[in-house]
Design a protein around this ligand. Structure first.
Ligand code: NAP
Length: 318
């Protein structure tokens, strides 16, 4: 029987689809990623791996698993995977595009509104008994309606985010390497990275993490943004130089930041962002609705079954 390793405790009903025809090994500790040593040990005779973005799919792992045919990554991003090494080892890599687009765009939109209207600070004040009464500028934030919104990475999620701006009469700018097919319908304008930064009241990062986009948001980039602007990141933490962002928020170079992702996850209460005013921080929950997570798991399982049964992967990468 071919062996499939699943590196997190996923929906057992979805795993059951595999058990009839395959030997399945599931890492059942919730919250904690499979330790690297266990990952290497467990996968050395595996034919397929259902991986998480916390698992490094690299040369060491691939050369240690000679039977491996497919790695199905439970994410649309695949910056945890060495695609060249996978090609050399003739291992198919799949991801989960589209099924998480709307859910992640909703979270990005939530972050923008929460940051603009100081929702978390206001909630905290009330919960801690610090609300002393109404006053004209108490917790006064900034409007989103009618503002300029800049999207770095106008792909599936960027476009879904832009569609949600329709009711806000926003001026939409974006920066990609090439023109987006969706941009015309959305009334969005392709601009340089610098123009995106200097013109936008809200800047959303929704690009994949690559050598080109790594640390793109540094002190220079934040320095080009308006001091009233908010930065929102649902891409990957390493798009940002975190020391520079902390400094920019602390010193008022920008008005606020709302982040779902961090360079080294998970972060703890000792992280430099924690406790900073005008910072909204979420524990990487962009695609975390139950329905979407189930759809992502199903897509991974279907990709694995296709490849191991001699068919074509549904959503291959590369
Ligand atoms: P996608 O459809 O592939 O879109 C990516 C967009 O980024 C494309 O429009 C691409 O346009 C642009 N891009 C790529 N390289 C660029 C560069 N160097 N400079 C400027 N733009 C660039 O991907 P998606 O499904 O929207 O997902 C985007 C990313 O969001 C994922 O890779 C993942 O890291 C992140 N994500 C996070 C969560 C979360 O939980 N927070 C959930 C889902 C996804 P060009 O090719 O024309 O440049």
């Amino acid at each position: 029987m071919k062996k499939i390793v699943i590196t997190r405790n996923i929906n057992p009903d979805i795993v059951d689809k595999l058990r009839k025809d395959f030997e399945v090994s599931v890492w059942e500790e919730d919250q904690k990623p499979m330790p690297r040593e266990k990952f290497l040990e467990e996968t050395k005779d595996a034919h397929a791996v259902l991986s998480m973005l916390s698992d490094k799919v690299d040369e060491e792992f691939l050369s240690n698993a000679p039977e491996l045919k497919v790695v199905a990554n439970l994410a649309v991003g695949f910056d945890n995977i060495d695609l060249d090494a996978a090609r050399r080892h003739e291992v198919v890599i799949t991801n989960t595009p589209d099924v998480l687009t709307e859910t992640t765009a909703e979270l990005a939109f939530t972050l923008m509104l929460v940051s603009a209207r100081k929702v978390l600070a206001a909630n905290k004040e009330l919960m801690e008994g610090g609300w002393s009464g109404w006053s004209p500028y108490h917790m006064a934030g900034t409007d989103v309606f009618g503002k300029t919104v800049g999207i770095f990475g106008m792909g599936s999620i960027g476009a879904a985010f832009a569609r949600r701006l329709a009711g806000f009469r926003s001026n939409i700018l974006y920066h990609n390497r090439s023109e987006s097919g969706a941009a015309d319908d959305l009334g969005a304008k392709l601009v340089s990275f610098d123009e995106l930064l200097s013109e936008s009241d809200f800047v959303l990062c929704a690009a994949p993490l690559t050598e080109e986009t790594k640390h793109k948001f540094d002190a220079e980039a934040f320095g080009k943004m308006k001091d009233t602007a908010h930065f929102i990141n649902i891409g990957r933490g390493a798009h940002v130089v975190e020391d520079d962002l902390a400094e920019a928020v602390r010193t008022g170079v920008i008005a606020g930041a709302a982040l779902d992702v961090f360079e080294n996850e998970p972060i703890g209460a000792d992280h430099q962002f924690v406790g900073l005013d005008n910072m909204t921080l979420l524990p990487h929950i962009g695609s975390a609705s139950v329905a979407t997570r189930n759809n992502m798991m199903n897509l991974c399982v279907n990709n694995i079954m296709e490849v191991l049964n001699g068919g074509r992967p549904i959503t291959p990468v590369g």
